[in-house]
Design a protein around this ligand. Structure first.
Ligand code: CMC
Length: 378
C-alpha cells in the first residue's frame, strides 16, 4: 500500500482524471472542454454550454434545438412535489428546500439504469429542466402564493426570472442572468463536485448525486459566500468604513467574504466578467451604493493581501448582479446550484464511464486497547 503525507482539505491531491474543465490559477484561465470562459460568456448560452459540458462537444443546430425543446417539455414539476414543498416551513433556507426537492425527484423515476444512454439523457434533461422550477416554486410558496407555471415561449433564463417575479424580465436582465449561469456552470474539483463524484461512484441514482452536491454547495466557504458578501457590504454600510472593516478582519483573523481561492492566486476570470455585467446593469437600471463599497473593498484588500494572492473570487460581484435583477439574497446559492447542476451532471457521466468507488484512507490519531470503564465509575 502507498503511504502518502496527509494534506488537510486534500490540497493538491488529484481526486480523479477529468476532461471537463481546466483552471490555471496563476494566469487566471478557466476553460470548459478547452474553450475559454470569456468566449462562452460572449457567444454561447447556458443551455448550449451545458450540452458542451455534459456531452463533450458543442451541439449542432439540430442537437441544440432538440435539447432546448426537451428541456422546455420537462420544466414542469409534479403536483406532489409542489404539495410536498408547501409543507416546508417558509422560514427554512431555500437551499434546504432545493436539496430535499432534488432528492424527492428520485422517487418518481425508475432507478439505476445507469448503462442505458436514454436513462442518462432523461435524467440530465429532468434535472437541468426542473431545478429552476423548484427554486422558483419554493420562493412563491413561502410568500403564500401558488407556484407559477413555466412559460414555453420564454427561454431558460427568462423563464426562471418570470417564474420568480411573475413578470417577464427585461432582456438585459435575462441576458445577464444567462451569462452568470454560464460562468457558474462548472469549476473542476471543488467541494460540491467532489461530493457529487463520491456519491456517483456508489452507482446510486442521479437525483441522489445532485442532492448531495446541493447540500455541499450550501456552506459559507463554498457557494454560500455570495450571500455573505451582500451581508458584509450591508454591514460595512459606506465607503468610508471600508478600511476600518478590513483592519478589523486582519486583527480578528476573520475571512473577507468573496476573496481568496484555493486555486486562483489572481482575480478570478469570472469575477471580471461579472463585474462588467454588473456595470451594464447599473448603466441601464441605475447604480447601487454597494458597488462603490465593493470597489473600495477590492482596492483595500489588494493593498493588504496581494502578496498572499488574495483577490476577488466569483462570489464577489455575482451578488451585485443578482440584486440588480431582483433575485432575493437567500436565493443566490440556489441560483448557483441551477448553474452548477450542468457541471455536476458532466462529472456524474464521467465518473460512471470509468468508475471505481471512492474509498480513501485516514490517518488514525486515536488510542488503542483502551479499558471499558463501567458507567458508574466514570
Ligand atoms: N480574507 C482574508 N484572508 C484570507 C482570505 C480572505 N477571504 N482567504 C484566505 N485568506 C488567508 C488565510 O487567512 C491564510 O492566511 P495565513 O496563511 O496567513 O494563515 C491564507 O490566506 C490561505 O487561506 P486558506 O484559508 O488556507 O485557503 P484555502 O485554500 O483553504 O481557502 C477559501 C480558500 C475560498 C475557502 C478562502 O479563501 C475563504 O474562506 N474565502 C472566503 C469565503 C469565500 O469567498 N468563498 C468562496 C470561494 S470561491 C467559490 C466557491 O468555492 O463557491
Amino acid at each position: 500500500s502507498i503511504v502518502c503525507e496527509f494534506k488537510p482539505g486534500l490540497e493538491g491531491i488529484p481526486a480523479s482524471q477529468s476532461s471537463i474543465s481546466y483552471v490555471d490559477g496563476q494566469q487566471g484561465v478557466l476553460e470548459y472542454r478547452g474553450i475559454p470562459i470569456e468566449k462562452l460568456a460572449t457567444h454561447s448560452t447556458f443551455l448550449e454550454t451545458s450540452y458542451l459540458l455534459i456531452w463533450g462537444q458543442l451541439p449542432t443546430t439540430a442537437e441544440l434545438a432538440a435539447f432546448e425543446q426537451e428541456i422546455r417539455y420537462h420544466r414542469r414539476i409534479k403536483y406532489r412535489i409542489r404539495d410536498m414543498m408547501k409543507c416546508f416551513p417558509e422560514s427554512g433556507h431555500p437551499m434546504d428546500a432545493l436539496q430535499a426537492s432534488a432528492a424527492a425527484l428520485g422517487l418518481f423515476y425508475s432507478r439505476r439504469a445507469l448503462d442505458n444512454p436514454e436513462y442518462i439523457r432523461a435524467a440530465v434533461v429532468r434535472l437541468v429542466a426542473k431545478i429552476p422550477t423548484m427554486v422558483a416554486a419554493f420562493q412563491m410558496i413561502r410568500k403564500g402564493n401558488d407556484p407559477i407555471q413555466p412559460r414555453d415561449d420564454l427561454d431558460y433564463a427568462a423563464n426562471f426570472l418570470y417564474m420568480l417575479n411573475e413578470r417577464e424580465p427585461d432582456p438585459l436582465a435575462a441576458k445577464a442572468f444567462d451569462v452568470s449561469l454560464t460562468l457558474h456552470a462548472e469549476h473542476t474539483m471543488n467541494a460540491s463536485t467532489f461530493s457529487a463524484r463520491v456519491t456517483a461512484s456508489t452507482l446510486t441514482d442521479p437525483y441522489a448525486v445532485i442532492a448531495s452536491a446541493v447540500g455541499t454547495l450550501g456552506g459559507p466557504l463554498h457557494g454560500g459566500a455570495n450571500e455573505e458578501v451582500i451581508s458584509m457590504l450591508e454591514e460595512i454600510g459606506s465607503v468610508g468604513n471600508v478600511r476600518a472593516y478590513v483592519e478589523r478582519c486582519i486583527q480578528e483573523k476573520s475571512k473577507i467574504m468573496g476573496f481568496g481561492h484555493r486555486v486562483y492566486k489572481v482575480k478570478d476570470p469570472r469575477a471580471i466578467i461579472l463585474q462588467d455585467l454588473a456595470e451594464q446593469l447599473f448603466a441601464k437600471f441605475g447604480s447601487d451604493k454597494y458597488y462603490d463599497i465593493a470597489l473600495e473593498l477590492e482596492r483595500v484588500v489588494e493593498e493588504k493581501f496581494a502578496h498572499k494572492g488574495i483577490y476577488p473570487n466569483v462570489d464577489f460581484y455575482s451578488g451585485l448582479v443578482y440584486r440588480k435583477i431582483g433575485i432575493p439574497t437567500d436565493l443566490y446559492t440556489p441560483v448557483f446550484a441551477i448553474a452548477r447542476v450542468a457541471g455536476w451532471l458532466a462529472h456524474w457521466k464521467e465518473q460512471l464511464a470509468e468508475n471505481r468507488i471512492f474509498r480513501p484512507t485516514q490517518v488514525y490519531m486515536g488510542n488503542h486497547d483502551m479499558p471499558y470503564i463501567p458507567i458508574e465509575e466514570r
